[in-house]
Design a protein around this ligand. Structure first.
Ligand code: UT7
Length: 324
């Protein structure tokens, strides 16, 4: 059997209609537009409507990605949905997306790595397609984090938003499509940091959904080091440097974390895709949302070298390098 590699065929996203500005939040908790912008770079975020679920957001992003790829739902035989805010404890929200899309073949599952979910999901789908388990995957990041926020905690409720992004990944002959495709992935986790960013509920512990809890300063302290760890591993594995990258698409948690990472890695600021100002932190959805924005506005072009990176709860972190 010939060697396979995976290329991205299309990208799409969906944001719920309602936006919440910093001023809206200042009416709920003791905060200000000035504080939020200065500490995070966030100006607004989206919130899912009552009755609008993670699987609904994911389905809309998936349809947009399929359209961009010029494909139909039936062309898909794997769905990997990265989410920490599933519709239900089980079944996986991915199977709801599969049903919404009318797909009756292949397989679908959720992947849970919080903010690193999309790089984990892309790496997992890449491995499964290369192993011949499926031919074309929808890799989706979708979240309704506003449902797990404590709206009395100003330290967390101003940071997160809802949304979804998706890519269509396709297995092709490794000798085809020039240099295009996923080139290298580096995933890490360290469970000793669980208490710094977690949800204080769950089926096995409290039998409730719980709320997000975070020691923000502690997470911040670890973030830049972990991000540079996996990016330097990506450079080392491929013999590339920051100068070779066309677009750096980081997880969108905080503008200051992005700026510090970019400075430490020597990536030119004009190569960085930033959407945290208008999306907030959408956890697993943030990278595919940012990819979708940069593709739609013409920044990302075929054959561009792209570096994705994320860090979040667990801690988990990871990077994926690919040629678009
Ligand atoms: O997705 C991956 C995981 N998440 C992250 O990457 C987030 C990482 N952490 C951060 O982004 C930042 O730590 C935060 C944005 C969460 C906080 O920024 P900070 O500069 O680390 O502030 P801090 O937590 O040290 O708080 C500084 C002050 C405190 O007041 P005192 O104790 O100095 O009087 C907080 O009570 O700011 C206060 N504060 C606020 N003030 C106004 C905290 N939240 C707010 C708020 N509005 N929303």
């Amino acid at each position: 059997m010939s060697q396979l590699k995976c290329i991205i065929r299309g990208v799409g996203s969906y944001l719920p209609e309602e936006t919440l500005t910093n001023s809206d939040l200042a009416r709920i908790v003791d905060t200000s537009d000035e504080w939020i912008v200065e500490r995070t770079g966030i100006r607004e975020r989206h919130r899912a409507a009552p009755g609008e679920f993670t699987s609904d957001l994911a389905t809309k992003a998936a349809l947009a990605a399929l359209k961009d790829a010029g494909l139909q739902p039936d062309d898909i035989d794997l769905i990997v949905l990265a989410t920490a805010t599933p519709d239900n404890t089980f079944p996986a929200s991915a199977v709801q997306v599969q049903a919404n899309l009318g797909i009756r073949h292949g397989f679908a599952f959720d992947l849970h790595a919080v903010c690193s979910g999309f790089v984990y999901a892309l790496t997992t789908a890449d491995a499964q397609l290369k192993a011949g388990l499926a031919k074309r995957a929808l890799v989706i990041g979708a979240e309704t984090f506003t449902r797990i926020l404590d709206w009395t905690d100003r330290g967390t409720c101003v940071l997160f938003g809802d949304g979804a992004g998706a890519v269509v990944l396709e297995a092709v002959d490794a000798d085809s499509h020039g240099e295009r495709g996923i080139i290298t992935s580096h995933l890490r986790s360290d469970g000793r940091h669980k208490a710094k960013l977690y949800v204080d509920g769950g089926p096995s512990t409290t039998q409730t959904t719980g709320h997000l809890r975070m020691e923000g300063r502690e997470v911040f302290k670890h973030a830049v080091g972990m991000i540079t760890d996996v990016i330097e591993a990506s450079f080392a594995a491929t013999g590339t440097t920051a100068a070779d990258i066309d677009w750096f698409v980081p997880h969108q948690a905080n503008r200051r974390i992005i700026d510090a990472s970019v400075k430490k890695l020597g990536i030119a600021p004009e190569k960085v895709v930033v959407t945290v100002d208008v999306h907030g932190n959408t956890s697993a959805a943030s990278i595919p949302l940012a990819l979708s924005v940069a593709k739609a506005d013409g920044r990302i072009q075929p054959n561009d070298l792209i570096l994705l990176e994320a860090m979040g709860g667990g801690f988990t972190w990871g990077a994926v390098m690919l040629r678009w």
